[in-house]
Design a protein around this ligand. Structure first.
Ligand code: IPE
Ligand code: IPE
Ligand code: MG
Length: 241
């Protein structure tokens, strides 16, 4: 339960729905991929600002299970951007003591990309600074479905007793099993929806929907949003005492 002093601390785990790259590019008369490249460049400074802002866990939504519905050109461009991004940023992430994890379903991703993801996780596994989780081909419903499948397999194999299933059980099967729940979810670009992001985990998260498009999101704006969070009172269903 959050005591009043805890309620005024900054968020330990921030999750960001990085939205608005396409509109940012369109406003400038450029193709959507131009916006995705500008968006990718923003990620580094946001990650690097985390220690100074007291954010231990940062989870970013890079590609959803629904984003395959976009044109083949945009999807291929994004996949190639992810490959280049990992290759280019790996050393900096390592040196900055960032521990990187990927969540989402890897099955639909190409082997070159998943190999780079594995390599980066391995390279940064022993880092003990910011824990960066990248949601790539991630969907909250897809994650719950995959988790349920494995849970059902454990029941069928006699490893799990259905009578003992409670709210602690399912999270152990989610991609995020090693992470605390997000305290704050930020979505850029003015849309006030969660688009299938961290459905189970965000049950008690605070939300901030801000108008800034992702490629314009700076560490200063990030700091402002975090400051706003500090003035909120989280109740978790209880009456404040
Ligand atoms: C977010 O920006 C990045 C991804 C979903 C990959 P969008 O591409 O959704 O940008 P808008 O919402 O069209 O402006
Ligand atoms: C959510 O943004 C997914 C990511 C930011 C990766 P979308 O742009 O895909 O969401 P909708 O389509 O506006 O709901
Ligand atoms: Mg969008």
């Amino acid at each position: 339960m959050a005591s009043s002093s805890e309620a005024h601390k900054g968020p330990r785990h921030v999750a960001i729905i990085m939205d608005g790259n396409g509109r940012w590019a369109t406003q400038r008369g450029h193709p959507r991929l131009f916006g995705h490249r500008a968006g990718a460049r923003r990620v580094r400074e946001i990650v690097e600002s985390c220690p100074g802002l007291g954010v231990r866990y940062l989870t970013i939504f890079a590609f959803s299970t629904e984003n395959w519905k976009r044109t083949q050109n945009e999807v291929a461009g994004l996949m190639s951007l992810f490959r280049r991004y990992i290759t280019r940023e790996a050393q900096a992430l390592y040196k900055n003591n960032v521990k990187v994890r990927f969540i989402g379903d890897r099955v639909r991703l190409d082997e070159k990309l998943t190999a780079l993801m594995d390599e980066l996780e391995l390279l940064t596994a022993d880092n003990d600074g910011t824990e960066l989780t990248v949601a790539l081909n991630y969907g909250g419903r897809d994650e719950v479905a995959r988790a349920t499948k494995r849970l059902a397999e454990d029941v069928a194999a006699g490893r799990l007793n259905p009578a003992e299933i409670d709210v602690e059980t399912l999270p152990k099967y989610l991609d995020t099993y090693v992470l605390p729940d997000p305290d704050l979810v930020i979505r850029t670009s003015g849309e006030a929806r969660i688009s299938n992001f961290l459905l189970w985990q965000s049950a008690y998260a605070e939300y901030e929907f801000i108008d800034t498009l992702w490629p314009d999101f700076t560490p200063e704006i990030f700091a402002d949003v975090l400051q706003g969070y500090g003035t909120r009172e989280r109740r978790f269903g209880a009456v404040p005492g």
